[in-house]
Design a protein. Structure first.
Ligand SMILES: [Zn+2]
Length: 132
């Protein structure tokens, strides 16, 4: 895991901040420094809603080293209300209960730690939406 990179990205990831191109209006997450549609380098920072739905999901039984404490867990592609798709863990629900079309919302959860005394990393996950 790249701790320094994760640390730099943590504030925008925890708030789900994307960028909106000032030329073509394309919305992207994670934030970019060059628009993938038109190449423009001027943006507005946009707070995403954090609400969406599961479009595909699977259960992970064998995870990468840094995610081993979570297995088994549900990994999904979530489509946000703004139309952006992102990959995320689904939490606060048993993996077998996750389904396509499930309404979810972003939550902040511990995602990894480096040993007992190392830094703890937090990131976004998605949990079932209780209050639509
Ligand atoms: Zn653009």
């Amino acid at each position: 895991m790249q701790i320094a990179k994760s640390w730099r990205q943590q504030p925008s990831n925890l708030r789900l901040e994307g960028t909106r191109c000032t030329r073509c209006d394309r919305l992207e997450f994670p934030a970019v420094i060059r628009c993938s549609a038109c190449g423009c380098t001027e943006f507005e920072i946009c707070q995403l809603s954090g609400k969406g739905e599961v479009v595909v999901a699977t259960t992970v039984f064998e995870a990468a080293r840094d995610f081993g404490e979570h297995v088994p867990y549900s990994a999904a592609i979530v489509k946000l209300a703004e139309g952006i798709h992102l990959a995320a863990m689904i939490t606060d629900v048993e993996p077998r209960d996750v389904y396509v079309g499930m309404k979810v919302e972003m939550v902040t959860r511990r995602i990894a730690a480096q040993g007992d005394k190392g830094p703890i990393l937090y990131a976004y996950k998605f949990a079932p939406l209780l209050m639509p």
